[in-house]
Design a binder for this molecule. Structure first.
Ligand code: SF4
Length: 282
């Protein structure tokens, strides 16, 4: 016996509930319950919703689509001496060539971008910003204020944990070819994970010659140099393994005295350059 047609619990059942022999509510079936991963994705989708809305609102005010605004930010942030072409823009934004070409064409028409012949390869074209394009690019590079404020409102420790988790997610998506290669600490030859166990800033950046914590991890650092490119640096997999497992990389790191490894330049001017990029990109 259970709930009758009226939806009310009948006498037998209510007696059983009172005597503690049946649960008051049937437990949720484990088959139906969302997994932890699905719940995380549900949370991320809510953030993405706010993000998209903010992007459309900000770029729409200026007569741009979010893709066009992003292209301006990509061209402004380019550090390749040869400049950036449509193909590179498409790769960095993980969009098709067709989408990138169409948006670039619209930006040229609006007087925000210029197409110029590549000096090194006359057949190739590089993109440059006009004066107005530079102003728009600065605005396009700003993060949605509402999301930044929500992240700022988190306790510092939770924010650092969130960033650490996001770094792992981005790394996995990068490995699967879902996002362009990011210039992250966890793949950088200057990164020395867990050099100072138990400290608030347990890692070390050999570029700036200083300890860094999880909250300082970078996802797009201009000074990043990929690790594993030569025999003197650990492989990507090894660097990630020691980062995750909480062990120092080896006995030859900077150690507690903060000295850089031989051959690593950590001059004051580079430190100043590096500091100047903080806050500009994630
Ligand atoms: S140089 Fe940049 S990416 Fe490399 S460890 Fe330092 S902060 Fe991280």
């Amino acid at each position: 016996m259970g709930a009758g047609a009226s939806g009310l619990v009948d006498d037998d059942t209510s007696e059983s509930i009172l005597s503690g022999t049946v649960p008051r509510k049937p437990p949720t079936s484990p088959v139906d319950a969302p997994t932890a991963a699905q719940r995380v994705v549900a949370g991320l989708s809510k953030v993405a919703l706010v993000f998209r809305h903010a992007q459309w609102a900000a770029s729409g005010e200026r007569g741009l689509t979010p893709t066009q605004a992003q292209i301006l930010a990509v061209v402004a942030g380019n550090r390749e001496p040869r400049g950036v072409g449509v193909k590179a823009v498409a790769a960095r934004m993980a969009v098709t060539m067709g989408t990138a070409s169409e948006a670039v064409g619209a930006l040229v028409e609006k007087g925000l971008l210029r197409k110029e012949a590549d000096e090194a390869d006359g057949r190739a074209v590089v993109l440059t910003l006009t004066a107005r394009g530079k102003r728009e690019a600065t605005r396009a590079s700003e993060w949605p204020g509402a999301i930044v404020e929500a992240v700022d409102a988190m306790p510092e420790r939770e924010r650092a944990t969130l960033l650490r988790g996001l770094v792992g997610m981005v790394r996995t998506m990068q490995e699967r070819g879902m996002v362009p290669t990011a210039r992250m600490c966890v793949e950088c030859q200057y990164f020395r994970p867990n050099e100072y166990p138990g400290e608030a800033k347990p890692h070390h950046c050999q570029y700036i010659g200083a300890p860094i914590g999880d909250a300082d991890l970078r996802l797009d650092c201009a000074e990043m140099e990929p690790t594993g490119a030569d025999a003197d640096t650990p492989t990507r997999a090894r660097l990630w393994e020691v980062f995750v497992n909480g062990q120092p990389l080896d006995q030859h790191g900077p150690g507690r005295n903060g000295r850089a490894r031989p051959g690593v330049r950590a001059s004051m001017s580079r430190r100043a350059d590096h500091a100047s990029t903080k806050g500009v990109s994630p």
